[in-house]
Structures are given as structure tokens and as C-alpha cells.
Ligand binder design. Structure first.
Ligand SMILES: NC(=O)c1ccc[n+]([C@@H]2O[C@H](COP(=O)([O-])OP(=O)(O)OC[C@H]3O[C@@H](n4cnc5c(N)ncnc54)[C@H](OP(=O)(O)O)[C@@H]3O)[C@@H](O)[C@H]2O)c1
Length: 267
């Protein structure tokens, strides 16, 4: 049996995982609003509103628009985000700041906009989409791991602070799913000579057919399962095989051994 329809705001509903989450939730009868910096009329049973995570005023406007239309927001999925690639030394502080502004402060701006409403209703669920990359540094994607690790710790704290107000906050860590994330990554202006061979090899491996091939609907289905829980708490994983195993290995292996395994994977 289906749950009662919930009003759900999913940031980044125009592509990849966010689009799959919107489509799945709408198919299950929920009232879904996706967001985009350039919203277009979608055809998959959900509406789109304009939101730029880097601009707090557009975040406030989007939340106000959904509240005006539906009178409530039950669930927020903070999904919108960006990737970054490049040797750490090849990336400028401005590039790193731009990534962190989108992936960490963007989610915070959305929380700032919805929390007063959720506290007032003593009800709400916030699902922050992080990544398996939150658990370890990935070669040539360090700031991505850093941004997702920051969102993990942010959410852990938020969950404890908002629980007395009837609100749950959890994270969902996807492994690799089919999306446009690879095309949209921030990249270094130039790849410096010493890092070139390692960087190129790692990007070649990452672009291979085994990466980013799974159907993002799996993430949509996991979001549904989290929404159905009475007491969602902690971290949820949408990952399989070697990727899921890496999270466990990181917890039990000595640091040196784990790093050697990781470097072998990208060589
Ligand atoms: N795909 C994977 O394998 C994977 C794995 C782990 C975690 N994730 C995480 O999943 C989330 C979705 O990524 P994806 O893989 O689906 O990538 P994607 O296909 O590139 O989609 C990114 C979405 O985020 C939105 N977005 C990006 N920057 C934004 C900004 N500044 N303001 C507002 N919206 C913005 C985009 O909307 P517009 O461009 O239309 O504005 C788009 O809808 C990200 O947080 C990513 O880190 C993905």
C-alpha cells in the first residue's frame, strides 16, 4: 500500500539522480517539486521551480513558491551538487570555494529556508545526498570528497539539533550512478606536467564503462524507503560490490594499506 502523499522538494530535479528521484516519487503519488537554475516544464509528473544554490534569495523564493502552492513541505532532498577533478595542486582556492559553496553551503541555504517551517509544524525530513566519496579521499577528486565529508558531519550535527522539533535529518551516500556529473565537473585551467600521467590515467579509468553505469532509479527507491521509516536516522547507502566494500575496508584496514589499494585502483 502507498503512503499518504507527501510534499517533497528535490534540489537538482533536471538531471541524473535528482531527476530519477523526482520521477520515482511522483510515480508513487507524492507531490514533487524539482529545482533547476533553468527550469523547464517536465513531463514526468512533477513540477520544477527555479533555484540557484549559490544565491540564497532564489533558494528562499523557491521554498516560498512551494509553500504558497501546497501549504507545506514534508521532505527535502538536498541533491543538487557538482563534481570537481584535478590534482589538488592544480586547483585554485577559488575553484575549491565554488565547489564547497554549491555542495555544502547550498544545502545549508536550503535548510535555512525550510527549517522554520518544519519546526513550526513539528514535522519534516531532510535527506542530504552526499557520496561514498565522503568516506575517503579519491585521487584527483580531493575537494569532492572534502565537500561530501563536510556535508556528512553537517548533517550528523543537524540531526541532533532538530530532532527535538520533530525533524529528521539523514544522509544518503550513492556509489556511482548514470548522470551528467562527469560532464559538469570543475576542472583545472591547466594540468601540470608532474601530475599529468597519473591524472590522465585516473580520468581514463573513471570514464570507463564500469563507472557511472547503474540506474539512478535505485536512489529514488531508497529515498522512498527512507521516507517510509518512522524514525530515519544516520547514513543510508546506495552502493554495490567493490564500491560498498571500500567503505567497510576503510574502517578496518590500516591507513597505509587502504591508500595503496585505492592508488592501485586508479593506476
Ligand atoms: N552520479 C553519481 O554517481 C553520484 C555519486 C555520488 C553522489 N552523487 C551526488 O548526487 C547529486 C546529483 O548529482 P548527479 O550525479 O545527478 O549530477 P548531474 O546529472 O550533473 O545533476 C546535477 C543537478 O544539480 C543541479 N545543480 C548543479 N549546480 C547547481 C547550483 N549551483 N544550483 C542549483 N542547482 C544546481 C543541476 O541543475 P541545473 O544544472 O539544471 O541547475 C542538476 O539538476 C550530487 O550531489 C552528486 O554529488 C552523484
Amino acid at each position: 500500500m502507498r503512503d499518504a502523499p507527501k510534499v517533497v522538494l528535490v534540489t537538482g530535479g533536471s538531471s541524473g539522480i535528482g531527476k530519477a528521484v523526482c520521477t520515482r516519487l511522483a510515480a508513487e503519488g507524492h507531490l514533487v517539486y524539482g529545482t533547476s537554475r533553468r527550469p523547464q516544464a517536465p513531463s514526468d509528473g512533477y513540477r520544477m521551480v527555479a533555484m540557484d544554490l549559490n544565491d540564497g534569495s532564489t533558494v528562499g523564493q523557491a521554498v516560498a513558491e512551494v509553500l504558497a502552492a501546497e501549504g507545506r513541505i514534508d521532505v527535502v532532498v538536498n541533491n543538487a551538487g557538482l563534481g570537481i577533478q584535478g590534482a589538488t595542486e592544480d586547483l585554485t582556492a577559488a575553484q575549491a570555494a565554488s565547489l564547497l559553496d554549491t555542495n555544502v553551503l547550498g544545502a545549508h541555504r536550503v535548510c535555512l529556508a525550510v527549517l522554520p517551517h518544519m519546526r513550526e509544524r513539528h514535522h519534516g525530513l531532510i535527506i542530504n545526498i552526499t557520496s561514498l566519496a565522503a568516506n575517503f579521499g579519491l585521487p584527483y577528486r580531493g575537494f569532492y570528497s572534502a565537500s561530501k565529508a563536510a556535508l556528512e558531519r553537517y548533517t550528523e550535527t543537524l540531526a541532533m539539533e532538530v530532532r527535538p522539533f520533530g525533524i529528521h535529518a539523514v544522509t544518503l551516500q550513492p556509489g556511482e550512478y548514470r548522470s551528467n556529473i562527469g560532464d559538469n565537473r570543475i576542472r583545472p585551467a591547466a594540468v601540470s606536467e608532474p601530475y599529468r600521467p597519473g591524472y590522465q590515467k585516473a580520468m581514463e579509468i573513471l570514464g570507463g564503462s564500469l563507472h557511472y553505469s547503474r540506474d539512478p532509479d535505485e536512489v529514488g527507491r531508497l529515498v522512498l524507503r527512507i521516507m517510509a521509516k518512522r524514525n530515519p536516522v544516520g547514513v543510508y547507502y546506495a552502493a554495490h560490490g567493490k564500491q560498498r566494500l571500500a567503505v567497510l575496508l576503510k574502517k578496518v584496514l590500516p591507513a597505509g594499506l587502504f591508500q595503496r589499494l585505492m592508488m592501485k585502483e586508479y593506476r
